[in-house]
Design a protein around this ligand. Sequence first.
Ligand SMILES: [Zn+2]
Length: 475
Amino acid sequence: MNNNTRLFGISIATALTVALFAPIHSASAATNFEKPCRNADYVKQQVREALGENLTQFELRSFDTRSFIRGGVTRPLDLVLPNEKNEMVKLRVSVQKFPGRVKDLTAAFLKGGETRARAIKLPREMNFQLGKCQKGNPTCGNLAVVGKQVEGFVIDKQIGFALFEPVGMLMKRHGMKRWRGDRSCHIVYNANFHGPIPLDDIRGDKQASRSGKQGLILTGKQVAQDLRRSLENVGNFLIEPANAMPFPTHIPIKLDSDATFYSLSPGTVWSRQLSVINSVRIIYGLFEPLTNADWSIIFDIEGQESWLPGYGPTTTDRYDLLDEINDPGYYMIHHPDNNEVSYFFVGYDMSGGIAGVAGGICNYPGYDDTFGSDEEHQDNHAWGQQVEDVDSGYEFSTLYGRIIVATHEIGHMLGASHSDGCTGTTCCAAGLFSFMCGNSIMMSAGAGGVAPDFRDPFFTPDNSANIKACVDDVY
Ligand SMILES: [Zn+2]
């Protein structure tokens, strides 16, 4: 809570020092992620050991969070980020506040028993939209301040999908208790170099139509999609406007986490929850209008809570955890109501290479429990693992993994399905993000339970329509 105050204090001290010793530099805006970390070779080796083949290319660069905050945080930000060939590319992006929390949410809750919780005054939220995310200027991303570091991403035609996050925290997610390297050091990487993430799965998903759409064999659906995409490239927005669904549609979301997630770094527990969901908010709220142009969903964060050590879920079984958090008697201060969702951050390794599971799915054939019509508020809780996958060796502790999984699981709850996803070189985002190709967000794990190489944060037109049908039906 005092972080901001303390950071500000340090900033003043730094400003004075800079003014005294380096008056020339104090006026020029620094390009972030340009400067290498201290002891970069050593750190690089540590990161390679932790991530292995799951992230084959990355860079280690410092970000001056203090200057960013001191600079008023609304000036354009100069960044250097890796493109799909891992070449560092300069980019200037606009910055604007993009808080995920609703204004009247001022307290979080730490749960220390089945009926006991302590209210904690929430620190000011420091989250920003990067880029205009508009038709004429579709560069778009998110930046969250987490402690004294930042994490986020940018999607841009020049660079593709690039991400950044603090190395120290990533090492903690990989079991390193005390990381003593350069605290300003961030790992910057392009999603192109991220290895496979196995993604599941709604409960009892029968399915998973084997990913038979790969390669050059085009299905009728893909041909239609390609045709639609080329139409969109000409006109950008040829699709009929959303019908009953307001634009944007606001859906409340309640955040929750287990004790090990809390213990990773108690001082940043709330901002770590926010960072992931704020990235998801950009994808649902701002990307979708630039791709399928069907709808825009803004998730309003209306609750933040966590279990304290010694309390709350500890099971490593995917469905036991799902049952526990979806049980009517599960203790939450801000319980998600009908037509609301909840996301549970797991800070330990679930058994098997599974990244997350969604509670239910909207209007899915064979499911009685429908998002919104479920009277006992059930099946609207999903979970996502936030740390190293020790037993199966997949990678979803990175920001890439964490936001892709959250977007996917929440997609299920709003009606998106694996079988309406796509993969392969012809599987691309619609509209202004048509340079993103390879794997849509809902593509099924398919044969062998491993997703194809990587996944991009866009919905296919079919899944976009599924979500629209679900939300139109519910609201
Ligand atoms: Zn899934």
